[in-house]
Design a protein around this ligand. Structure first.
Ligand code: PDD
Length: 286
C-alpha cells in the first residue's frame, strides 16, 4: 500500500500524486521546502519550522498559501495517516504551473506538497564511534539561508561525500567554514563551542538553535563567529547537526583524525542533553 501524501488540498496515495511538467518547481527549482522531524507523533519545533518556511517564502517573494493554523492541522493530519511513531515530514511550496518564463507569472497558484517517511536517525555505531567527512569548496549561491528546492550544488557535493564513503562534506568559502551539504557544523576548540553565525552563507538550522540552547543550559562557552579553515581542521571536536542526524561527531576529516579521533566529551554532554530533551518532548505528547 502506498504512503499517503498531500497535494493541493487533498490527501492521496503518494504514487498517485502528480504535478504538471510545467510546474516551476520542476522547470526552475522555483520553490522552498522544510523537513520536520516527528517524535512519538509530535512534530518537533513546528512553530520554528513554520517561521523558517515563511522566511524562505518571503525571500523568494511567494505568498504563503496556507495559514500557520492550517499547516499545523495538515501536518498533524498527515502524521496521523502514517503508522510510524517517529516520522520525517517533508513539505514543499513552489511557484506553481505557468508557461516557461523566468520572470514570475502574473497569475498562478502555488503548488503545495507534503509527504511523510519513517525518521531515520543515526545508528548506535555512528553515535559511539563518530563518522567520516570530507571537505570541499562551498560553490553554492549566496542565499544559502533560503531553504530552496534548488539543491543541485548540494546534491553534487553530497555525491562527492558518498563516493568517498563519507557521511557529509564540510564546506569552506573564502577560507572560512560555512556548513555541510545538508547539515550545520560546530567546532570545539579550547573548551569552547564555536559555530558560524547565521547569515546568508548558511541555513539557519532548527537543530543548530537547539544545540546552542542545550550548550547554554550546560554552561558551555559559545562563540558565534567566522571560523577560519585552519581552526576547523585543527578542532578538538567537530559535529554535524540536522533534523535527521540530530548531533553527530565527525571523527575523521579528509581521512585524518579530528582531535583524538573519538567522539569528544563535549559531544557526549550535548548528545545526551539532546536525547533527554527529546524524551521530554515525547512525554508532553502523551
Ligand atoms: N537539511 N544546512 C543545510 C544545507 C541543510 O540542508 C540542513 C537540513 C541543515 C540543518 O537544518 P535543520 O537542523 O533545520 O534540519 C543545515 C534537511 C534535513 C534536508 O535537506 O533533508
Amino acid at each position: 500500500m502506498s504512503d499517503i501524501a498531500y497535494l493541493n488540498g487533498e490527501f492521496l496515495p503518494l504514487d498517485q500524486a502528480r504535478v504538471s511538467a510545467l510546474d516551476r518547481g520542476f522547470i526552475f527549482g522555483d520553490g522552498v521546502y522544510e523537513v520536520i522531524p516527528v517524535y512519538s507523533r509530535r512534530p518537533f519545533r513546528l512553530p520554528e519550522h513554520l517561521r523558517r518556511l515563511q522566511r524562505s517564502l518571503d525571500a523568494i517573494r511567494l505568498g504563503n498559501p496556507v495559514t500557520d493554523a492550517e499547516w499545523t492541522r495538515l501536518i498533524h493530519d498527515l502524521v496521523a495517516r502514517h503508522s510510524g511513531e517517529d516520522q520525517s515530514v517533508y513539505l514543499q511550496v513552489t511557484r506553481g504551473v505557468a508557461r516557461r518564463d523566468h520572470a514570475f507569472p502574473k497569475e498562478g497558484k502555488p503548488t503545495v506538497f507534503m509527504m511523510s517517511s519513517p525518521l531515520v536517525t543515526p545508528a548506535r555505531e555512528q553515535i559511539e564511534n563518530g563518522v567520516a567527512c570530507i571537505t570541499a569548496t562551498d560553490y553554492r549561491w549566496l542565499r544559502c539561508d533560503v531553504k530552496s528546492v534548488s539543491l543541485l550544488a548540494n546534491c553534487l557535493l553530497r555525491q562527492q561525500a558518498a563516493e568517498a564513503g563519507a557521511v557529509e562534506v564540510v564546506l569552506f568559502r573564502d577560507g572560512c567554514l560555512t556548513e555541510a551539504s545538508a547539515s550545520n557544523v560546530f567546532v570545539v576548540r579550547g573548551g569552547k563551542l564555536l559555530a558560524p553565525p547565521k547569515d546568508h552563507l548558511i541555513l539557519p538550522g532548527i537543530t543548530y538553535d537547539v544545540v546552542l540552547e542545550l550548550a547554554a543550559a550546560k554552561g558551555i562557552a559559545v562563540e558565534l563567529r567566522a571560523i577560519p579553515e585552519q581552526e576547523a581542521r585543527g578542532a578538538d571536536e567537530l559535529w554535524v547537526t540536522s533534523s535527521s542526524k540530530e548531533v553527530l561527531a565527525v571523527t575523521t576529516l579528509d581521512g585524518k583524525p579530528v582531535g583524538n579521533g573519538r567522539p569528544g566529551p563535549m559531544f557526549r554532554t550535548v548528545h545526551q542533553a539532546f536525547q533527554e530533551f527529546k524524551r521530554k518532548v515525547m512525554r508532553h505528547a502523551a
